[in-house]
Design a protein around this ligand. Structure first.
Ligand SMILES: Cc1cc2nc3c(=O)[nH]c(=O)nc-3n(C[C@H](O)[C@H](O)[C@H](O)COP(=O)(O)OP(=O)(O)OC[C@H]3O[C@@H](n4cnc5c(N)ncnc54)[C@H](O)[C@@H]3O)c2cc1C
Length: 495
């Protein structure tokens, strides 16, 4: 179990070196969070410093934003933040509405601080390349997701200007947590738990106030003088119209998320959790009928809350729930990021699973399934099992599933699909399609966990072979599963 008590406050990761000498170190940011993505110099005579915001959709405790602001001050230039709205495969209109509502609030905070903000729509790389032509330096934040890593690598090659990545999205910066793919929570925990105390007690960067306001700056794509590009209000409202189903069986029009979007709402949720529920987290978090966990995953997914703010608040509060919470927030979450970082090509594919579990599941492919469902039947929550249907209803309608039911949900898709590969594709599809916190390393690795990732072989059973199984009786032993099924039965909505 997690224990950061032996963490040394003087623990330091290797120092970052900037071979090209293009940027200086910004105070408040550990050098190991900063990576130069190319060896190009800062462009002289440029009009502004550009921060391409992707993963960290917040103004407060945003290490990339802070670094970009420090560089803008050093170069006596204003700072402009660009966010590009792109069609992400599988995300639903309600997901976009939630994200854009949070982003709109962040944009207002940035502008109040004298930082330019532009919302653009289009192909992200092309859009940012156009803006980068007039930038002195481009700063980017960090997600290990393939589309982002690929676009940033191309930007570094094609932009002709220094591109610097700042990783403020992990408690332990990804680059130093581990140099390789880790096999289990235990192996990662051994490497990082001693460093958590040190990182969790570092100063948190506040909203920066650059010395040169971006009030009147014009950037490529703005159009006529005084304009800031395409109609921003229309872009923020791009998903407000309620579209019908995108395909027969699509349930996205049913989605209504109980949590309010935005940095302030995320902070409020964090404070309430730390004050009222952290102490009983270890006992309550596995009971879907108790409001025992933080509910922060959508805020963490969209970067509306920093994981460093979360760990700092939890650590400052301390108490009996802290070790179990830190285990989930740091070890489990960062294990998922480690998986995505070191399996860039197949973290969301069958091939990303460990060889032992693929072999085991393939060996059981012709075992008789007690029930067989198609993806559309799963999507419609029309299985024989009221507990599973309730979990699917919770996913569709509220955008998340309670963690314990999420494991059961994934394991049963494996049990009731024609083949393990079909099951894997179904679980990944449904999680990415409907989860507000989906399309995330936690989701890709969470689904893969149901198929053996980060786990070990167990005694063999039909269909699962040596992959860990779950059964409905196990739910009933843990909590009042019938009450959960009633709460999420069609027509009910406990949230
Ligand atoms: C099949 C399956 C799919 C999943 N899909 C997602 C997903 O799309 N997005 C997502 O964020 N999580 C996913 N998880 C992990 C986990 O279920 C959620 O992170 C958790 O339920 C979120 O609720 P919370 O914020 O109240 O968590 P809390 O218990 O309050 O934990 C705090 C934070 O720690 C992290 N965390 C907690 N549990 C895990 C875990 N098991 N693995 C990795 N990180 C964890 C999350 O960032 C979470 O917000 C999945 C798990 C499974 C088994």
């Amino acid at each position: 179990m997690f224990n950061d008590a032996q963490g040394s406050p003087t623990w330091r990761a290797p120092t970052w070196r900037n071979d090209a000498g293009t940027v200086i170190l910004a105070t408040m940011i550990d050098p190991e969070r900063i990576t130069a993505l190319n060896r190009l110099p800062v462009r002289s005579g440029a009009a502004f410093v550009l921060y391409w915001m992707q993963a960290a959709q917040r103004a407060d405790c945003n290490h990339a934003l802070w670094f970009a602001a420090a560089e803008a001050d050093r170069l006596a230039l204003p700072l402009v933040v660009v966010f590009v709205l792109a069609d992400y495969p599988s995300a639903t209109a309600p997901h976009y509405r939630w994200m854009l509502s949070g982003l709109q609030k962040t944009a207002a905070v940035l502008r109040d601080a004298g930082i330019g903000f532009r919302l653009r729509r289009g192909e992200p790389l092309k859009t940012v390349l156009e803006v980068a032509e007039s930038a002195a330096l481009v700063v980017v934040d960090r997600t290990p997701a393939r589309w982002s890593v690929t676009a940033k690598a191309a930007l570094a090659v094609q932009s002709g200007v220094a591109v610097v990545e700042v990783d403020g999205e992990s408690v332990i910066p990804e680059a130093v947590a581990s140099p390789k793919q880790e096999w289990s929570a235990r192996t990662l925990r051994l490497k990082i738990e001693g460093a958590v105390a040190s990182y969790a007690s570092r100063p948190l960067p506040p909203v920066p106030s650059p010395r040169h306001p971006a009030t009147r700056i014009q950037i490529p794509g703005d159009g006529l003088p005084g304009r800031t590009g395409p109609d921003e209000a229309a872009l923020f409202a791009a998903y407000d119209a309620a579209p019908g189903p995108a395909y027969p069986g699509d349930r996205s029009p049913e989605q209504a998320f109980p949590c309010s979007p935005g940095e302030a709402a995320g902070r409020t949720r964090l404070e309430a959790f730390v004050q009222d529920r952290l102490d009983r987290y270890d006992g309550d978090r596995n009971d879907p009928l108790k409001d025992g966990s933080s509910g922060l995953s959508p805020y963490l997914h969209f970067g509306q809350v920093s994981p460093l703010v979360v760990i700092s608040a939890a650590r400052a509060q301390g108490g009996p729930g802290y070790p179990a919470f830190a285990e989930q927030l740091v070890v489990r979450r960062e294990l998922c990021r480690n998986y995505v970082r070191y399996r860039p090509l197949d973290y969301d594919a069958w091939e990303g699973l460990p060889a032992w579990s693929r072999t085991a599941l393939d060996s059981a492919v012709s075992d008789r399934r007690a029930y067989l469902y198609t993806r559309l039947q799963f999507e419609a929550a029309t299985t024989h099992d009221p507990y599973w249907n309730a979990a699917q209803e919770q996913l569709v309608r509220s955008g998340t599933i309670h963690n314990y039911m999420r494991m059961y949900w994934g394991k049963m898709i494996l049990a009731w699909s024609a083949t393990p590969r079909e099951a894997f594709a179904t679980a990944l599809y449904l999680n990415d399609r409907y989860a507000l916190d989906g399309r995330d390393p936690n989701g890709w690795a969470g689904v893969a966990w149901c198929f053996g990732l980060h786990d070990r072989p167990w005694p063999a059973r039909p269909v699962y072979s040596t992959v860990r199984s779950m059964v409905a009786a196990g739910l009933r032993r843990k909590f009042d599963a019938d009450a959960y099924a009633c709460a999420w039965a069609p027509g009910q909505n406990p949230s």
